[in-house]
Design a protein around this ligand. Structure first.
Ligand SMILES: Nc1ncnc2c1ncn2[C@@H]1O[C@H](COP(=O)(O)OP(=O)(O)OP(=O)(O)O)[C@@H](O)[C@H]1O
Length: 913
């Protein structure tokens, strides 16, 4: 009923707007007069709303609306006056119509359909498209099912071209009525419509399409609510996912908030006198509740209090006054006395009740934290105890071994052929393989098989790889664990993990256990911390020793361990019967590097001649470990990919090596022309020395492109193969060459720069070693003095020896300086030539030097001439020596990193430096 009233009000409203717009149309010629909106639209939005339909408006409002509509209608011309009635009419008819709708339906002829469409197109003008859809869906349904007879009759009477306001209102009402009866079907029609997307987009612009004034606002509201309805409709029934956690958290938070802002009980502490004077004497007390024998809660007659003290908080039903009691008896006595004195008869005395409220809460509050603390302690100690004792890992698996097990059939693909350049180590470890494969061969001769081996050597030399290959070759499972994984903060966990590891290993014999970085637990016990040492680590080590002792010879468990620091290991680990083999794996030799390059080059695409490539790259990379080589090859492939190459070429490898040695190019670092000139002359000084000193290493490349690791320029030399020994001549030439940068600066500029400090450091170290370690001076003699920082306070030599060392070091450096200065003074022109060429090209290679200076006056030796000789014996390779780059160009495309100090980088280190 009320909705009908409201709708009639809306119809009136719309009619008024319609009239106002059309009547003003001559004032606003550009605005197109719009037709009033169909009142079924606001109705339709409620059909799909997710919220409950609003309560019917109070009849007062509807009446007002009705009156207003009547008032508005009265303003209209006489033509509309006749039509006013139907707009307010369907107050009762709607329900009946719903009931009888089926029987009252009439089918449409094609002409009637056309007529209906015309009328609807009129109705649709000026309303959002979202709403039009509702109307269109209603009309579509009408065409299918027929229309109410009443509507058909009304349609027959109107002229679609010249509809009056009354016609519009009447037809709108009838369409609405029909639509309401078909709510569910309509929602389907509309919201499963494929054109939903379009409709949504247009609904956004809906408010702009509707007319001005109230209908515009209405349109906006309807648009949004229609959208909401649509969203829900497209999802069907809203999903309700029950998540216990969320439920609990929200519940607790809501309860806490509720308790925070809405305390269940408010109250105030009062004294006996206050109680008596304010409440008892005035007869306001209803009853008293004594809680836990300590507090008396005073309950008042709320209605009386509200009358006597309307502003008092006691008028609030949840408010209580409290009196703290000394003793319950005393309180009762006082109450009796007070009521006696007030003359209250026994039958009307104030009742006193007793309760023990909040006992649980109080208990939980007072003992809760303690219980929690004790619980946590118990938990931790249980974890530790189970870790230490059970060997089963305990409830949290603390004591369980963290070793990774690699299955020999599927996981271990590494074979000895993948491990290159360590033939001796392979021979030693091969014995373990034979033992694991055919134990009987050894056992029948009474031989005891070594329990384990320690593989020691610098990082990246292939210790883990060798251990894996051993497992791969012998076809047994492989347990890999790092020493640090035994170390935990809980006492007893380390030994427990060791036990667990060995227990697992015994279950899958034959197998190999590999403990990487064994120094984490196997450090010499005497070298451990002062003051008691580290018991946990010690007991872990002891457990390993015990487990290894416990093996019997038939248990085919081999323990391999890797370390970079064999010197710190406990002697007990190394004794026979435990790790009886000690296999040292050093950085690969030239031949080893070739083989390692061979292994890794197999995996990448290159069209280079492989033997030549391996040899050349191995020559270029003295001091590289296996891991460095693997990295270099991978880096070269990345460089090639960056340049979009089809295969990895020599230049890509050279860039990768350069990058590994001297870091990335620093493109962001731009030197001033003066600085660049200084760097060029500095590097030219080094290059000329390298060219003309017989024992210096041949120059490979000189560059003034700033690179990472603090180099503004660098000169790259290659030693003649792997040099393990150096004589005095070589040392002096090398020192003189190292000083070449500074000397060149002195000869070509008025002042010198800070760029040579790294050169001085190298020279000083070399000279110092010559004096104190290598016995190369007569004055100090054949003595060796350790540069142990701990002996700084107590020098192992006398004052006089110290003076002699100083003077000898100085003499050697001065000699090298003189040697260098003499050469560069003589070759001043050549230095200038090289420096200017460097300034224009930024990088020079050996061929450039030959072009500028002629052939080096000393013959090249060994591998060097094979791979880098100027004639270039390429053994079938079409590669030339590295091509000089054009000015400002660089082969690599790397970006720089740290700000450098000027100086040279000599990447090739010689032994002993
Ligand atoms: N001799 C080698 N032959 C082939 N590849 C090698 C060789 N040595 C090292 N590599 C490469 O270097 C990688 C790292 O080697 P690995 O992990 O075995 O070194 P590591 O000596 O155990 O190092 P760390 O001491 O740091 O543990 C290997 O995966 C492999 O690609």
């Amino acid at each position: 009923m009320s909705s009908v009233l409201r709708r009639s009000g809306q119809v009136a409203n719309l009619s008024r707007n319609y009239l106002r717009i059309t009547s003003r149309s001559h004032h606003r010629p550009r605005r197109i007069p719009i037709a009033p909106r169909c009142p079924c639209a606001p109705q339709s939005q409620r059909w799909y709303a997710s919220v409950q339909p609003e309560d019917p408006q109070p009849p007062k409002t509807n009446k007002e609306a009705k009156n207003k509509a009547a008032k508005d209608n009265s303003k209209q011309d006489g033509e509309n006056a006749d039509e006013r009635q139907p707009a307010a009419e369907p107050e009762t008819g709607e329900h009946d119509a719903a009931k009888n709708s089926k029987s009252n339906m009439a089918s449409l002829s094609p002409e009637e359909e056309e007529q209906l469409e015309k009328i609807v197109s009129k109705l649709n003008r000026g309303i959002p498209k979202g709403m039009r859809k509702v109307i269109d869906a209603t009309i579509a349904r009408m065409k299918r099912e027929g229309i109410p007879a009443e509507l058909k009759e009304a349609m027959g009477k109107v002229d679609a071209e010249n509809m009056t306001m009354g016609d519009v209102a009447k037809i709108s009402r009838l369409i609405t009525k029909f639509g309401k009866q078909r709510t569910a079907e309509l929602s389907k029609d509309i919201f499963y419509d494929n054109t939903r997307k379009d409709s949504q987009a247009e609904q956004k612009s809906g408010p702009h399409e509707v007319g001005p004034g109230s209908s515009g606002k209405q349109g906006m509201k309807e648009g949004s609510s229609d959208k909401k309805g649509k969203k829900e409709g497209s999802q069907g029934q809203p999903e309700f996912n029950f998540d216990l956690n969320t439920f609990l958290i929200s519940g607790i938070s809501a309860y806490m908030l509720y308790r925070l802002f809405m305390p269940t009980e408010m109250g105030r502490e009062i004294t006996w006198q206050e109680f008596r004077n304010t409440f008892l004497d005035k007869g306001l007390v209803e009853k008293i509740v004594i809680v836990n024998g300590t507090v008396a809660k005073v309950h008042l007659h709320q209605n009386l209090v509200a009358q006597v003290h309307p502003d008092s908080p006691a008028a609030n039903p949840n408010f209580t006054y409290r009196i703290t009691l000394g003793s319950v008896e005393a309180f009762e006595r006082k109450m009796d006395e007070a009521q006696n004195s007030l003359g209250i008869p026994q039958s009307e005395r104030i009742p006193i009740a007793y309760s023990s409220e909040g006992a649980w809460q109080n208990l939980a509050l007072s003992f809760g934290p303690t219980l929690l603390f004790v619980g946590a302690l118990l938990l931790i100690s249980r974890r530790a105890a189970s870790g230490a004792g059970g060997g089963q890992g305990g409830i949290f698996g603390m004591g369980r071994s963290r070793a990774k097990k690699f299955n020999h059939e599927t996981d271990i693909k590494v074979k000895f052929s993948d491990v290159a350049g360590m033939d001796e180590a392979k021979v030693e470890i091969m014995e373990f393989v034979s033992f694991l494969k055919e134990p009987s061969r050894f056992q029948k001769l009474g031989a005891k098989i070594p329990r384990g081996a320690i593989l020691s050597g610098p990082p990246g030399t292939g210790k883990t790889l060798l251990a894996k290959a051993t497992a791969g070759e012998s076809g047994v499972p492989f347990f890999s664990v790092s020493g640090s994984e035994f170390v935990e903060m809980f006492v007893g966990v380390g030994p427990s993990r060791v036990r667990d590891l060995f227990a697992n290993a015994r279950k899958t014999t034959p197998c190999i256990i590999f403990i990487d970085e064994i120094d984490a637990i196997g450090k010499s016990r005497s070298k451990q911390n002062f003051g008691g040492g580290n018991d946990e680590r010690e007991s872990t080590l002891n457990q390993i020793l015990t487990e290894m002792d416990g093996f019997n010879t038939s248990e085919q468990v081999v323990v391999l361990a890797g370390t970079n620091r064999p010197d710190v290991l406990d002697k007990a680990l190394m004794r026979p019967g435990r790790f009886d083999r000690h296999i040292a794996i050093d950085k690969p030799t030239l031949e080893g590097r070739k083989q390692i390059f061979g292994v890794h080059l197999r995996k990448i695409v290159t069209s280079e001649n492989l033997p030549y490539l391996e040899g050349r790259l191995a020559t270029l990379t003295p001091g590289f470990s296996g891991a460095d080589i693997a990295n270099c090859v991978n880096e070269a492939a990345l460089v090639a990919a960056r340049f979009g190459a089809d295969s990895v070429a020599m230049t890509h490898f050279e860039q990768a090596i350069e990058r590994v040695i001297v870091g990335m190019e620093k493109k962001s670092l731009v030197l001033s022309p003066e600085e660049k000139k200084t760097v060029a002359y500095h590097e030219a000084g080094h290059a000329i020395c390298g060219w003309y000193f017989e024992w210096a290493d041949p120059l490979l490349k000189v560059s003034i492109i700033p690179r990472g690791q603090g180099a503004l320029g660098y000169a790259q030399y290659l030693p003649n193969g792997d040099s393990y020994l150096m004589n005095v001549n070589q040392l002096m030439d090398r020192m003189a060459m190292t000083l070449g940068g500074r000397v060149s600066e002195e000869l070509h500029f008025d002042t010198v720069t800070s760029g040579a400090s790294d050169d001085f450091k190298k020279v000083t170290l070399m000279a110092n070693s010559m004096v104190t370690k290598w016995g190369m001076t007569q004055k100090v003699g054949h003595l060796y003095f350790e540069d142990d920082p701990s002996s700084q306070l107590h020098k192992p030599f006398s004052e006089e020896t110290a003076k002699n060392i100083d003077s000898e070091v100085r003499r050697i450096v001065d000699e090298a300086y003189k040697q260098c200065r003499d050469l560069l003074t003589e070759k001043k022109r050549e230095v200038g030539l090289v420096a200017e060429e460097l300034l224009s090209k930024e990088m020079l290679v050996r061929d450039d030097m030959i072009r500028l200076l002629g052939e080096r006056p000393f013959p090249d030796k060994g591998e060097w001439s094979k791979y880098f000789g100027s004639k270039g014996d390429r053994e079938g390779s079409d590669m030339n020596t590295p091509k000089p780059s054009g000015p400002g160009k660089k082969d690599g495309g790397e970006i720089g990193d740290a700000p450098p100090a000027p100086g040279t980088v000599e990447p090739t280190l010689f032994k002993g430096q």
